[in-house]
Design a binder for this molecule. Structure first.
Ligand SMILES: Cc1cc2nc3c(=O)[nH]c(=O)nc-3n(C[C@H](O)[C@H](O)[C@H](O)COP(=O)(O)O)c2cc1C
Length: 211
């Protein structure tokens, strides 16, 4: 099993999404020491925004691309290679302004590419990242169990749509809230529940791959 571990928080030690995604990977490693692991820190260094040349290159068939187009697409090619290489993605994802951090959106713009992560046949699209398990550990400051706040969630619906488009239709969301605008007791309860859910996910995953 190969795991791609992705973090998006711009914070380091203080980041809860990093702590919990790290906990997931550590638990998994304890159960399967031979685990192959790749780590992508989007909070530390996001990919470049896509450019006009990137888009032109992307829609030019590979054999007709100019050296400039090839160079512009190189970093995206590498990121897509890492996505294809891994069997499991573990993503630490804070909510920023009701959606994903902009570094993750830039990552998505870099990796959603025709012929590489999806293809269109007639009117139908087909995702090309198949047989992957995806775990999104999503930390939020606010209590989204309140009916008035629930519709403001633009993170899970967005990720479900874009992940399914590229073939990742089995994403599991571990939502951790409220971790900021709450008492210390409520925050600790949410974190403890998340750790339990993560441990259960790890057990399930190991059973699935026969570890
Ligand atoms: C720029 C910014 C925007 C945020 N926007 C929201 C938000 O829209 N809804 C929410 O519930 N929490 C929001 N928060 C709180 C974070 O989601 C929460 O504190 C999360 O744990 C931060 O992740 P981290 O601990 O991994 O850095 C925001 C925090 C930051 C820094």
């Amino acid at each position: 099993m190969k795991v791609l571990h992705i973090d998006c928080s711009v914070r380091n030690e203080a980041s809860l999404s990093r702590q919990l995604s790290g906990f997931f990977v550590t638990e998994l490693r304890n159960k399967e020491p031979g685990l192959a692991l790749d780590y992508l820190d989007l909070g530390a260094a996001a990919p470049d925004h896509v450019s006009a040349l990137f888009i032109e290159g992307n829609y030019t068939s590979p054999e007709r691309r100019t050296p400039e187009m090839i160079a512009e697409l190189a970093a995206s090619d590498k990121l897509i290679g890492r996505l294809h290489d891994a069997d499991v993605y573990v993503i630490g994802m804070p909510m920023y302004n009701f959606t994903v951090p902009s570094n993750f959106k830039v990552f998505i713009d870099n990796v959603v590419r025709t012929g590489m992560t999806f293809r269109i046949q007639g009117m139908v699209s087909e995702g090309l990242l198949v047989n992957k398990k995806v775990y999104v550990i999503n930390t939020r400051g606010v209590d989204f169990s309140h009916e008035a706040i629930k519709p403001m969630d633009q993170l899970v619906p967005y990720l479900k749509t874009i992940f399914a488009f590229i073939g990742l239709d089995d994403a599991q969301f571990i939502d951790v809230f409220p971790v900021k605008f709450s008492s210390e007791e409520v925050r600790e309860k949410a974190i403890a529940a998340a750790r339990q859910t993560i441990s259960a996910c790890v057990r399930e995953l190991c059973a699935l791959v026969g570890a």
